[in-house]
Each structure stands twice: as structure tokens, then as C-alpha cells.
Write a protein that binds this ligand. Sequence first.
Ligand SMILES: Cc1cc2nc3c(=O)[nH]c(=O)nc-3n(C[C@H](O)[C@H](O)[C@H](O)COP(=O)(O)OP(=O)(O)OC[C@H]3O[C@@H](n4cnc5c(N)ncnc54)[C@H](O)[C@@H]3O)c2cc1C
Length: 383
Amino acid sequence: MRVVFAGGGVIALLTALECVSAGHEVVIADQADIPFSGATSFDRHRVLRALHTGDPATTAAAVGAHHAWIELENRLSTSFYEQVGALTALPAPEAARDLLTAAGSKAEVLGADELAVEFPHAGFVSGTDAVFESQAGVLLADRVLTACATRLRWHANAELHPHRKVTGIDADRAEVRLADGETLRGDAVLVAAGPWSRELLAPALSRELVLHRQTMLYCDVPPTDAAAWAATPAITSLGSDGGAWLVPPVAGTPLKLSAASACRVVDEIGGATVPSWWREHLIDTFATLIPGFRRDWLVDTRDCHYLARRSTLGPMLAVLGDRVLTYAACGGSSFKFAPLIARSLAARLTGAGPVPTGLEPLDRPLVRAGGVHPIRPALRGVS
Ligand SMILES: Cc1cc2nc3c(=O)[nH]c(=O)nc-3n(C[C@H](O)[C@H](O)[C@H](O)COP(=O)(O)OP(=O)(O)OC[C@H]3O[C@@H](n4cnc5c(N)ncnc54)[C@H](O)[C@@H]3O)c2cc1C
């Protein structure tokens, strides 16, 4: 089969790898480079942790994702998963530990005193307890994308089309129309255009998706603290009201700081430049949390966008036609689940049938005939 992809972020690249591994052909069209530094997937890091509080199925799926990333590293003969573990401050860490253990992960509770002794530099809210997962850590996201794109670029059954914007999808004919007037025809199509997905979907479907924008700070830590920070797990919650979290400076990356309070709903995708109000909000947030934090630690700032389904705040998988799918990834978890998402989407696209993942939108997609803008003008240059 020939599978056409609109978009070349982590979802499309991993799904394309699954397809070529199963002997199919893939064609990937992206509006920019492949990988594109402005894509949501393209960052120094993304966090992988298994804990989904109160949700055994998703926690078990995330344990599966941990193993899937290790397999992918082996398959691509490269390394991009720093297993530094993950720490989450929360009110009932024992329940979280039990949930993780039941899902097959390794977890332990660290009391407030232990946190203060082991991670005095990290900024946990005083008196808070946490759960530590060892089968977790940091995915070096830009390295993941480069490794996948490089493998595909040299694969006999893959065609990469950077700088070819998709302007329409014909769900009945499994065709993708490009801005230059050409058409890419396949037996199956996946629309995985990240936060831009709404532009390719019909209004009824795109209205289901809400656009979010989040600010992040990147910091160089003082040399005196570098060893302590390098031995710090990903911290998905410091226990603060605003939901502050951080990614440690692993493998030569900067310390990354952000917070749920720095995420807002927006109407349109803006640039990556951070408005000063949001930069100052995060600086103020971390100045009250991390001992000795100073604004001159900052080496970069960035805003990143993602979509979330209005009803669930999670990702959305919709069936647009026979073997024509769209996967709108969400914030927080779609990167870490990408290997599972890719297996499931590749199986659906190539007719191998649904692969159970334990992840709600994959196992129960929305079926929406006419979910794309219809394109009917004469098609030129079919390739
Ligand atoms: C601040 C932030 C932190 C996050 N942290 C985590 C985390 O710790 N763990 C985790 O698992 N997930 C996390 N996520 C979520 C995760 O990063 C995203 O869900 C995931 O990267 C989305 O991948 P994607 O391939 O769907 O989209 P993208 O990476 O955005 O890729 C979409 C691609 O489609 C292309 N495209 C768009 N429109 C067109 C078009 N018309 N024609 C051709 N090409 C087009 C774009 O150029 C782009 O290359 C986070 C997200 C944000 C914003």
C-alpha cells in the first residue's frame, strides 16, 4: 500500500516508520523542513512518565510506551531516551505508587524530608511528598525526529516532500492536494498536522479542537549546581498551585521550566516568540520556588502550541473516509505515546485492523464522514 502523510511531526514520522517496516510505501509532505524546528514535536525534550492518577489503563499504556521507546532506540541504533526517572509531588503518593506498581512500573514514595535532603535545589513546595518512578525520564525530542527522518530519507519505500504545504484532502479518493497544485495519491492518508490540523478539517470537526499556547523558559544552571541538576529526575509537579514543572539539563540540554499556569487557550497560532508578560510570569513563579533562581539563568524562551479535544481535553482520532484518518495530538502526553499511537494508526491505515492500546481515542475513534474541506477543482500533476 501507499500511505500519504500530511505533516511530518513525531506522529507522522513514527507511523511512517511502522508502515515501511510492514513493507508499505510512504509519502510525507510537510509545509516546512522535515523535521521542522517550528513543529510542536521539535523541542529539546519531552517527558515520559507512566503515572496517570486514577487511570490504570492509561498508566499501563504509558509503561508500554517506556518499553516501546527503548525498542525504537534499538531499531534505529541511536539513543534519545535519558532514563533519569520522574518525580511527581502529589497529596496521596502511596496510591500513586500502588497504581504504578500494579501497572508493572517501579515506584517509591519520597517524603518531604527526603525531597529536601536529596533535591534541595529543585524547588519542591515545602511539606509536599512525591512519588518517584524509575522507568521514566526525558526523550530528546529533536534527536528523535532527526533519527526518524534520516531513516526514512534513506529508505527505498519512503518519499519525503519538505516545503510542500497540504491545502486539501479528498477523503473519498485518498488524495492530498498541495499548495503548488500537485496531488499526492495514496491508498490511505493520515492527516497529522499538529496544531495546524484544524485548517484541513471541515468546520464541524475543527470546532471540536481547542488551540492552546504554552510558554517555556530554558536556563543554564550555575556551575556550582550543575552536578546536582544533572542527577535530577524530570519533575512533573513541584507541588505548587500553578502546576510548575521542570525538565533537568540532561545530555547537554538546558534546564526547562514551565507551569500549567503558563498555558492558555488562543484563537490562532502565533509565532514562537514569547510575550513578555508570560516570560515574567514564569520568572516570578520560579523565583519563589527554586532557591537562588535568577533571570540571568535564562538562555532562551519559546511558545509552543497544541490542540485538545473540547470534550476530553485529550487527543482526537477521526475517521474521515475509508483509510483516511486524522490524528490531532494533544499537549502533555502525545509525544510519549507516539510509538503506541503509530502502531495503532499504521494498522488501521494499512488494513491490518485495530491494535488495542488502552488509549481511548485510538481504540474508539470518531467516525465523521465529510470531515475535511471538500476539494473538487481539477487536480493537476498527480504523483
Ligand atoms: C509545551 C508543551 C509541552 C509538552 N510536553 C509533552 C511531554 O512532556 N510529553 C509528551 O508526551 N507530550 C508533550 N507535549 C505534546 C507533544 O509534544 C505533541 O502532542 C506532539 O509533539 C505533537 O506531534 P504532531 O506530530 O502531532 O505535531 P507537530 O510536531 O506539530 O507536527 C505537525 C507537522 O505538520 C506540519 N504541517 C502542518 N500543517 C501542514 C500542512 N497544511 N501541510 C503540510 N504540513 C503541515 C508542520 O509543519 C509540522 O511539521 C507537549 C506539548 C507542548 C506544547
